[in-house]
Write a protein that binds this ligand. Structure first.
Ligand SMILES: Nc1ncnc2c1ncn2[C@@H]1O[C@H](COP(=O)(O)OP(=O)(O)OP(=O)(O)O)[C@@H](O)[C@H]1O
Length: 278
């Protein structure tokens, strides 16, 4: 475990995304004061890394992801992907999976997965190849003709992941995708996400409330402060690429999760004091 309080010092690695002084303030509404939700944040996301974000409730994690995805234009600073400014919508090469099950209930698994490619006019042969691969990677091959209502919550989340994978993103943004799942399913899904990460070579950014999930999955864990969210520490886990959920029984894992909790505990207390103060 290695901590780094200066995120900008990660320059030896090539960056897929660079955030320069990015912050977000939501304007006041109906007499309420403006909300400084996040930042300023300066950070390089490295090509091919698995980066998780933990932080107290309401600290600006989802806002961070929305800004990264180009869904919200930051009120300060800028986000660059491959050196180009991200704004006005999800850039090519970026896939987003949200917490809610966003599968289309009226479409089969196959049609859910191929929907985006068809809409983009991708060649039938390529659609078939990519969808078959995404089905295999997410373990859904036998369920291609099922409707979401016939699947468990974990499988429906896999449909959403498969739907993102067929677009062949280089950057995958996951906003608490396993929050609604039970603990065992979450651990298994964690292993699956690691497999996907290895198989695709994509850069993954994951928001999670579960410290064990962040500790197990990540190359780096960014710990956010109470609102306005900034990274108070970025921790290199030092796990190899071949890691899986069995790492959770190691001593280093215990040390890492304890460290994460010691950082988060104080921030969570501060966040709950803000909440009480309104
Ligand atoms: N569109 C908006 N307008 C006004 N305030 C907003 C808006 N979106 C978010 N906020 C506020 O910004 C702050 C950060 O919200 P955000 O959802 O990013 O936090 P979070 O860390 O993802 O929260 P949680 O852990 O509870 O999911 C919160 O105080 C929230 O109420």
């Amino acid at each position: 475990m290695h901590t780094n309080n200066n995120p900008a010092s990660a320059q030896a690695h090539s960056a897929i995304v660079t955030l320069q002084g990015v912050s977000q303030t939501f304007p006041s509404r109906a007499g309420a004061p403006a909300v400084h939700a996040m930042g300023p944040i300066t950070l390089d996301l490295r090509q091919g890394e698995f980066f998780s974000i933990v932080g107290p409730s309401g600290c600006g994690k989802s806002t961070f992801l929305e800004v990264l995805a180009g869904l919200t234009t930051p009120t300060g600073g800028e986000v660059l992907m491959d050196g180009k400014r991200v704004q006005g919508g999800i850039p090519d090469g970026v896939g987003v999976v949200f917490q809610e099950d966003a599968s289309f209930p009226w479409l089969t698994v196959w049609k859910n997965i191929t929907f985006g490619l068809k809409r983009n006019g991708v060649d039938q042969k390529i659609i078939k190849e990519r969808a078959e691969r995404a089905l295999a990677l997410t373990g859904l091959t036998a369920f291609r003709d099922s409707y979401p209502a016939q699947l468990s919550g974990g499988m429906r989340q896999r449909v959403c992941i498969a739907r993102t994978l067929v677009m062949e993103p280089r950057l995958i943004l996951l906003d608490e995708p396993f929050a609604a799942l039970d603990q065992q399913t979450r651990l298994l899904m964690g292993d699956e996400v690691l497999n996907l990460w290895r198989a695709t070579g994509a850069t993954v950014v994951l928001i999670t409330h579960a410290l064990d999930e962040a500790a197990m999955l990540s190359d780096r864990v960014g710990v956010m402060s109470a609102r306005p969210g900034r990274f108070i520490e970025i921790i290199e886990t030092g796990w190899g690429r071949d890691r899986d959920s069995r790492i959770a029984s190691s001593e280093e894992f215990g040390t890492l999760t304890a460290h994460l909790w010691s950082l988060l505990r104080e921030e969570s207390i501060r966040a709950s004091q803000y909440a009480k103060a309104g």
